[in-house]
Write a protein that binds this ligand. Sequence first.
Ligand SMILES: C[S@@+](CC[C@H](N)C(=O)[O-])C[C@H]1O[C@@H](n2cnc3c(N)ncnc32)[C@H](O)[C@@H]1O
Length: 246
Amino acid sequence: MKNAESGWFGFEAVTPDDKTQKVRDVFQSVAGKYDIMNDLMSFGLHRAWKKLLIEKIAPSADMSLLDVAGGTGDITAAFLKAGGGQAMLTDINPAMLDAGRTRFADMPPARLQIQEANAEQLPFEDCKFDTVTITFGLRNVTRIDTALTEFHRVLKPGGRFFCMEFSPAPLPILKTVYDRYSFSILPWLGEKIAKDRAAYQYLAESIRQFPAPDVLTARMKQAGFDKVTTTSLTGGIVTLHTGWRF
Ligand SMILES: C[S@@+](CC[C@H](N)C(=O)[O-])C[C@H]1O[C@@H](n2cnc3c(N)ncnc32)[C@H](O)[C@@H]1O
């Protein structure tokens, strides 16, 4: 069934509209502490994962990027720093965009634009961007298949899509420790640092509900992507999915 996750907010059964609202509330609440929480929760590993993504993108001066669900702008900032031409940083939540805005204070509008946008209904014409990224965002989108079709639509022919996301099941040897960490330490950290335990409980639950890499691969192909590949990182905790529009 298409967009099956639209009825789940973590482990809670909800309507699609409720899911969108609840995700909005999560990121509204944690926006100010989002970056520090990322460093603490991942022991800084998210920086290495994102660095690898930028190496795969291989930014160049004639390349345009659409960063969907870009939040505080880590991927956009790294893309521009690595010599990427133009970036469009988007997110559904203005609080997340605002939390990252100061890092771009000196960036000219010819290289960077920042715009609120829902991944399910991108306000851009067909065939506009060379590269589309979504990092740790797709898990939060209410209608995943709808969003994948949108990413394909706005890519130029010859353009490439990258999705980096937590995977529901890491290597079996990590499972016990990873589950204990996810369902005990993460919510505790959320309570102590971001003052929002429920937001980080949702993080742990939403990871378990996200499609496994082979399922997402099939759904990317269904949305029109070619040459779809996956790269498993850190014992399968994170997967980098890529696909081309031809
Ligand atoms: C975990 S953060 C990831 C931020 C950033 N990409 C990163 O890697 O640090 C998830 C982001 O997805 C955004 N988001 C959730 N649903 C969305 C949607 N339908 N369209 C666009 N952004 C969405 C949230 O507002 C939030 O900023």
